[in-house]
Design a protein. Structure first.
Lengths: 329, 263
C-alpha cells in the first residue's frame, strides 16, 4: 500500500446469487420445487485509491453498486475477488482495531435504542469502543454543540423528529472519533435546513479531525458541497474517478449567457448569429456558449447590440449530474 | 471479536436493563405466562399421578415451583430478535462494532431476567400462600448450585438458539427451525413432568440429550430431590462447550455469507 493511501482496492468484484420468481401460482410452485439461482455481478474489477483526509463522493443510479462498494469497504461484505486494504487491514476480517477506526452511517437506518434517550446509546457505544466515560462525556458535549442537539439528548429516541434522530445517529457513530467515515445517503429524508446543517458539520469534522469521508447520496448538494473528488459507478464499473470540477467541465463544457435586449429586433438578430439557443422569453435570450469562446462572444454582442442587462451562469450542477445518472455516459 | 472487559459488560447490562424497564408491564405478563408448571402440578396431584413415581405431594409441589423459577431464568428468544434485526438491516451496524453482536442479545436476556426476578418472587409468594405445606428454605449452598445450574441451562438454550439464529445467513426464516427444538424442549425438559416420571424406554436415551438438563436437573437441585451433582453439572458444561464450538463455526461460515439485507 502506498504510504499516502488509506484505502486501496485492486480488482475487487462482488457477486450475489439470487433466485428469481415468475408471477402467479405456477411461478410459486416452480419457485418452491425447482428454485433457479443466477449470479449477479454487482461490482466488477474495480480499483480505487483514496488518500487520508479526502472526501470522496460515489455517484451512480440506483443499483449501480455504490452501496455494495461501501459495504465492502466497511467490512460488512466479503468481496468475491480482489485485494482490499484499509489502514493496513482487510475490512472483512473485522479486526477490532480496524473497527475502532471506522464508522458507517446509513440514512433511515438506526442503531440508537428506540425506547431510551440517545444519551444511553452514546454511553453504550463509548463503552463498546473503549472510550472512557469522562472522555465520552467531553465528546458528547462537543459533538452535541456542533450538531445543536443538546436538548434532545434526554428524550426517548422515538419522540425525536427525523432530523434530530439523524443528528443523534451521527453523534453515536462519531463517539469513538473514527478517522474513516462511510456515509450512505446521510441526508435522506431530511428537510433542507437539516441537510445543510449536516453537510456543514461533516465538512467541519473533516477539517478538524482530518478524517477520510466516503459518501453516497442522491442529493447533489451533498456531493457538490462536500466532495472535490467523485467516483461514478455504472453497472458495477467505475466510469469516472477524478475531480468533480473536471467532470462538470467534461459533461458541460458550456456556460449560459442570458441577455436582455431593449428591442425584439435585437433578439431576432441574435437568433441569426448561429449560436446555440437554450430559450427565449420576451426580450430575454439565453445562449449556450463554449467556455473558451465566452470572452470573444461577449465582446461582439456588446459592440453590436444595445444590451439592457446580461448575466453568465454555469448550468445547474444537479442538472448535469442528473443527466450523467440517466445517460450513464 | 470477543473483546470484552468489565466496563463494556457493565454498560451493556445497565443499558439493556434500562431498556427492559421500559417494558415492565410486558415483563410482568411474561412472568405470569410462565406458570405452566403450576397447571401441571395441579393435574399431577389432583389425579394422584405422583404416587406412581413415588414422589410425595410436597416434593412434587417444590419440584414444579423450582421448575417455574428455572424456566423464568432460562427463557431464550434470541432467534426471533436476531431474525428480525437481520431482516430489518439492524445487524449491519452491530457487525462493524468491536464487540460480538451476540453479546448485545446476551445482555438483553440477562437484563430481562433481572427485571423478571421481583415478579417471580411475588408469584412464589402467592404459591406458598395457597400451598403453605410446601414452604421450604433451601440452604445457601443449594441456592448457589441451582443458580449456577440454571445459568448453565440458560447458556445451553441461548447457544442452541444462537446456532439456529445463524441460519439467518442462509435463510430468511431461521426461526422455523426453532419449532423443531420447541416440542422436545417442552416435553423432555421436565417442564410438564419430572423426567423421573417418564417411561423407562424414554429414560434410557433422554439423558443423552441436553433436554433434561434444561429444567429437570436444576429444578431437582433447588427442590431438594436426589441428583448426581457432579455428573449433571459436567454434562451441562459438556453441552455448553459443544454448542459454543458449533456456534463459533456456524457464525464464522455464516457471517461470510452476510448480504447486509435491508440497507
Amino acid at each position: 500500500m502506498s504510504s499516502n493511501n488509506i484505502i486501496e482496492l485492486k480488482d475487487i468484484s462482488k457477486s450475489f446469487f439470487t433466485a428469481s420468481k415468475e408471477p402467479g401460482f405456477n411461478g410459486t410452485l416452480k419457485h418452491f420445487f425447482n428454485r433457479k439461482y443466477f449470479e449477479k455481478k454487482v461490482v466488477k474489477n474495480i480499483n480505487i485509491e483514496i488518500k487520508k483526509g479526502e472526501i470522496v463522493g460515489f455517484l451512480g443510479a440506483n443499483g449501480a453498486g455504490k452501496t455494495t462498494i461501501l459495504k465492502i469497504l466497511c467490512g460488512l461484505l466479503y468481496p468475491s475477488k480482489g485485494y482490499i486494504s484499509i489502514s493496513g487491514y482487510r475490512p472483512y476480517e473485522r479486526n477490532p482495531r480496524f473497527l475502532n477506526k471506522i464508522s458507517l452511517i446509513m440514512g433511515q437506518k438506526q442503531q440508537l435504542i428506540w425506547d431510551l434517550p440517545p444519551i444511553d446509546s452514546f454511553y453504550l457505544n463509548a463503552a463498546i469502543y473503549d472510550v472512557e466515560k469522562s472522555e465520552a462525556k467531553k465528546r458528547i458535549k462537543i459533538l452535541s454543540e456542533m450538531l445543536e442537539i443538546n436538548k434532545e439528548l434526554y428524550l426517548p429516541v422515538r419522540k425525536l423528529s427525523l432530523g434530530q434522530r439523524m443528528k443523534a445517529e451521527l453523534l453515536a457513530a462519531l463517539i469513538h472519533n473514527p478517522n474513516i467515515l462511510f456515509l450512505d445517503e446521510p441526508t435522506l429524508g431530511l428537510d433542507i435546513n437539516a441537510q445543510a446543517n449536516l453537510r456543514r458539520f461533516l465538512q467541519l469534522y473533516n477539517k478538524e479531525t482530518g478524517a477520510t469521508i466516503l459518501l453516497t447520496s442522491h442529493y447533489m448538494k451533498d456531493i457538490t458541497y462536500l466532495c472535490r473528488r467523485v467516483i461514478c459507478i455504472h453497472e458495477g464499473l467505475i466510469t469516472y474517478d477524478g475531480k468533480l470540477e473536471k467532470l462538470l467541465t467534461r459533461l458541460s463544457p458550456r456556460k449560459e449567457l442570458s441577455i436582455i435586449c431593449n428591442s425584439k429586433s435585437d433578439i431576432e438578430s441574435l437568433q441569426k448569429l448561429g449560436l446555440e439557443i437554450k430559450n427565449i422569453n420576451n426580450n430575454e435570450i439565453t445562449l449556450l456558449i463554449k467556455k473558451e469562446d465566452i470572452k470573444k462572444t461577449l465582446k461582439d454582442i456588446l459592440n453590436k447590440y444595445e444590451v439592457e442587462d446580461l448575466y453568465i451562469s454555469e448550468p445547474p450542477v444537479d442538472e448535469i449530474i442528473g443527466r450523467l445518472l440517466i445517460n450513464n455516459k | 471479536m470477543l473483546n470484552l472487559n468489565a466496563y463494556k459488560i457493565g454498560t451493556l447490562l445497565k443499558t439493556q436493563y434500562s431498556n427492559m424497564m421500559e417494558y415492565r408491564v410486558e415483563i410482568a405478563l411474561w412472568a405470569i405466562s410462565g406458570v405452566i408448571p403450576f397447571f401441571m402440578l395441579n393435574i399431577w396431584t389432583n389425579n394422584g399421578l405422583n404416587e406412581a413415581i413415588n414422589i410425595s405431594d410436597i416434593m412434587l409441589s417444590r419440584y414444579f415451583l423450582s421448575a417455574f423459577f428455572v424456566r423464568q431464568f432460562s427463557v431464550v428468544w434470541v432467534v426471533f430478535t436476531f431474525e428480525e434485526d437481520a431482516l430489518l438491516g439492524k445487524v449491519s451496524p452491530y457487525l462493524i462494532q468491536p464487540i460480538h453482536p451476540f453479546f448485545r442479545y446476551f445482555a438483553q436476556h440477562i437484563a430481562e431476567q433481572i427485571t423478571r426476578f421481583p415478579f417471580a418472587l411475588i408469584i412464589a409468594f402467592f404459591f406458598f400462600i395457597f400451598n403453605s405445606t410446601s414452604l421450604w428454605f433451601p440452604s445457601f449452598g443449594i441456592i448457589l448450585i441451582s443458580l449456577i445450574s440454571t445459568f448453565f441451562s440458560f447458556l445451553i438454550q441461548f447457544l442452541i438458539q444462537s446456532i439456529i439464529a445463524c441460519f439467518c445467513f442462509w435463510t430468511e426464516k431461521a426461526s422455523s427451525f426453532e419449532k423443531l427444538i420447541f416440542i422436545p424442549t417442552l416435553f423432555l425438559s421436565g417442564l410438564l413432568a419430572p423426567v423421573e416420571a417418564f417411561p423407562d424406554f424414554v429414560k434410557s436415551w433422554v439423558y443423552f440429550t441436553p433436554f433434561p438438563y434444561l429444567i429437570d436437573f436444576p429444578a431437582r437441585i433447588l427442590s431438594g430431590n436426589d441428583v448426581n451433582l457432579l455428573s449433571g453439572i459436567s454434562i451441562q458444561i459438556f453441552w455448553i462447550l459443544l454448542f459454543l464450538f458449533i456456534f463459533i463455526k456456524v457464525w464464522r461460515k455464516g457471517s461470510k455469507r452476510f448480504t447486509a439485507m435491508g440497507i
